[in-house]
Write a protein that binds this ligand. Structure first.
Ligand code: N01
Length: 498
């Protein structure tokens, strides 16, 4: 088995495989460290916006999270420690960027090639690429002419020194609201280009006291109770997002009051006030973003950007000189797989099949791509809870599929087109009623051309867990392994006929 990516999902699958005594797998990772998102994103202030006791794997408990929302370094160390302790490291090949993964129909295996031409073969392919790993750069006239550094939030160099510099930040999503307050005290001038204001709530963050960490260690049910409480709290937000937006009135009011308290200048407040349904874009949390925007060295600019030239940015007819451009413009979430990376039966390219947005069966398998199980695939993202809950459901499904392959002596599994079409039809019907589809905003949840939402799961996490509890072979074309009893029987019958 070949797994692409040593982020949360690739590592989690590796750990579950080892737990079952399976060791015939490799994890290929392009970076020089493990942790995926939590290894790559190094901008100042990078942290999780889901509480750590829920944003962690149920089978890798950590009683001593330092704060409610752990910083990225702590999450990365959590993953690294778990991988080391569980003996996963020998299965991981770092600095190994898969260039091409192709299904060989004749031999019924996947063949992968890395950047140095090394070839790997495996009966199963597990793309664990993450939905938010391909940075999106805006298409702004003149961007290529800019003479200073252009840095995407995901590609933040460890040694970036912004002291005394004039910087422009383009975008104000989850990434920008984390790093803007961190860099604001250092820079000479910060121009924040905001296209759409965000719904922002205060972040209930803070250190987890020592006594609580000790309690969680000594008495695990206390930690589980905390986890359950967080789960129920976040899950209770779902009806306001997927059916009854009016239910978010209290949170809308909290957000408006919070803005009014933090930003006294009515003009700035007006610029920062969202006018679409709460949740249509990911609801953000921060205690220091609004205060940072009120500082003298910060300008919030809402006129559309007209042009970038060698020395700065022009918007609303005004040219503002800058030395560094920071792109907080997000990710290509609706095109998570590059063209030419994965080719299935009849050499069909996965990215080409997904030109109008990714689509899979149960977010995991794809018609035309035998023996491929994608982790955190299409419509497995969440707008209301921890995505790791979805990942763990997928792990159950993949392991159940492995059991099916073993027990039924099957060698190839591929979802039937009808099953995939039905699944997506129902999904899109449910999504139509949600704020993610019709909340009056544009977001990375939606495909820019088709308007479909190929990213989020519209229902409860429990319903996804139920749907993926067991591998449902009826939804699949199954080809028996050449050595299996019934395959031998077929061969003998064919030989007799000849
Ligand atoms: O990206 P975004 P992000 N001209 O897509 C603007 C996760 N995450 O990296 O809203 C001008 O949210 C765009 O404007 P608009 C999390 O799931 C998690 O911040 O499209 N502006 C927007 O303001 C999150 O949702 C954590 O009008 C342009 C911004 O760029 C996801 O990653 C931390 C533009 C993009 O916002 C993405 O967050 C960080 C253009 N041409 C991220 N193009 C955690 O805490 C785009 N924009 C776990």
């Amino acid at each position: 088995m070949l797994i692409i990516g040593a982020g949360f999902s690739g590592l989690a699958l590796g750990m579950r495989l080892l737990e079952r005594g399976e060791s015939d797998f490799l994890i290929l990772e392009q970076a020089d460290g493990i942790g995926g998102t939590w290894w790559v994103n190094r901008y100042p202030g990078c942290a999780c916006d889901v509480q750590s006791h829920l944003y962690s794997l149920s089978f890798v408990p950590k009683p001593d999270w330092s704060s409610q929302f752990a910083p990225r370094t702590e999450i990365q160390s959590y993953l690294e420690e778990a991988a080391r302790k569980r003996g996963l490291m020998p299965h991981i090949r770092l600095n190994t960027a898969v260039q091409k993964a192709a299904w060989n129909d004749e031999r019924q295996y996947w063949q992968l090639k890395d950047q140095d031409g090394r070839v790997y073969t495996g009966d199963l392919l597990i793309p664990a690429l993450g939905g938010l790993s391909r940075p999106k750069f805006p298409n702004i006239p003149g961007l290529g002419d800019f003479a200073g550094a252009v840095i995407h939030s995901q590609q933040w160099p460890d040694d970036l020194d912004l002291k005394g510099k004039r910087v422009a930040v383009i975008g104000c999503g989850a990434s920008a609201i984390q790093f803007v307050p961190r860099i604001q005290p250092d820079v000479a001038q910060l121009d924040l280009y905001q296209r759409t204001p965000q719904w922002i709530l205060p972040k209930p963050d803070g250190p987890i006291p020592d006594w609580k960490q000790k309690l969680y260690r000594a008495f695990p049910p206390a930690r589980l109770l905390t986890r359950l409480g967080l789960y129920l709290l976040l899950e209770s937000r779902l009806p306001a997002f997927n059916r009854y937006p009016a239910l978010s009135w209290l949170h809308r009011r909290m957000a408006r009051n919070y803005l009014a308290r933090q930003v006294r200048d009515p003009e700035l407040r007006r610029k920062l006030r969202p006018d679409y349904a709460m949740g249509c874009k990911r609801v953000l949390m921060s205690n220091d973003f609004y205060p940072a925007l009120t500082r003298e060295n910060v300008s919030v600019i809402t006129d559309p950007i007209e042009q970038i030239d060698a020395t700065g940015v022009t918007s609303g007819g005004c040219h503002r000189p800058v030395e560094v451009l920071l792109m907080a413009t997000g990710f290509r979430a609706t095109a998570p797989v590059p063209r030419g990376l994965i080719s299935g039966r009849d050499e069909r390219d996965l990215a080409a099949c997904w030109a109008l947005g990714p689509e899979a069966y149960k977010g995991t398998t794809v018609h035309g791509f035998p023996n491929l199980f994608m982790l955190l695939g299409p419509n497995t993202g969440l707008g209301h809870n921890s995505v790791l809950l979805m990942l763990e459901s997928q792990l159950n499904y993949v392991l159940s599929a492995l059991d099916h392959l073993d027990q039924k002596q099957v060698s190839v599994l591929e979802p039937r087109l009808e099953a995939q079409t039905d699944w997506n039809h129902q999904l899109q019907a449910r999504l139509a009623k949600t704020v993610w589809k019709s909340g009056g905003c544009a977001s990375w949840y939606q495909h820019p051309l088709s308007g479909r939402v190929p990213t989020l799961w519209p229902s409860s996490t429990a319903s996804f867990r139920r749907a993926l509890r067991y591998f449902d072979s009826a939804a699949y074309h199954c080809i028996e392994a050449p050595g299996s009893q019934s395959a031998r029987h077929d061969q003998e019958a064919a030989a007799q006929r000849n």
